[in-house]
Design a protein around this ligand. Sequence first.
Ligand SMILES: [Zn+2]
Ligand SMILES: [Zn+2]
Ligand SMILES: [Zn+2]
Ligand SMILES: [Zn+2]
Ligand SMILES: [Zn+2]
Length: 207
Amino acid sequence: MSAMADAGSHIAAVVATSTCAHCQREIPSSNIDLHSVHCARNLQKCEHCGEMVPRKLMEEHYNENHAPVNCSLCKETLRPEILDLHKSEQCTQRMVACAYCEYELPAIDIHEHQDVCGNRTEFCQTCKKYIRLREWIGHEMQCHVSSNGSEESSSARTFPEREVRPPLPVRPARAVPAAQHRRLLFTVAVTGIAVMVGSILFQKESF
Ligand SMILES: [Zn+2]
Ligand SMILES: [Zn+2]
Ligand SMILES: [Zn+2]
Ligand SMILES: [Zn+2]
Ligand SMILES: [Zn+2]
């Protein structure tokens, strides 16, 4: 009887816990008094991460985990937890490869460089024409991977561009000046009269 009661109280003592008012952790009830004294005297809750840190190590904990750090590339002061993300994706001085020439530049300059670099052209052996680098991927998908495999359209695309001549410009019909037109009529009339007169004279002389 007494043995059973002892066993029961022993199990209860192991299972029962109390919450430490200082660190909010569940502490075995049998240890709570001792823990509370020790906890309040030695541990301090970090105001940055909430971790319970020994008071003596709080400065070290802060310096290692929470002190602002300078980015080695742009010298900006940052919280240490975002330093890795900053250096890999946000820092204006991180090196980024150009999409068109693989040359590496600071991120702050890459857009300006790519604007120029992407406007360079490369000769497409398949199409026999120059394609802008910025349009190259789209060009290859549109022109080289034929979805219908049409013979006609592919031969049209491979027609060398330099043999395609622009259509001849249409010459505007030259307007005949009115004065010149009148002079022409006059000449015809004079010639006609001269022929008539000449033939009359010829007829008279032949008699
Ligand atoms: Zn505690
Ligand atoms: Zn902390
Ligand atoms: Zn930076
Ligand atoms: Zn480039
Ligand atoms: Zn092409």
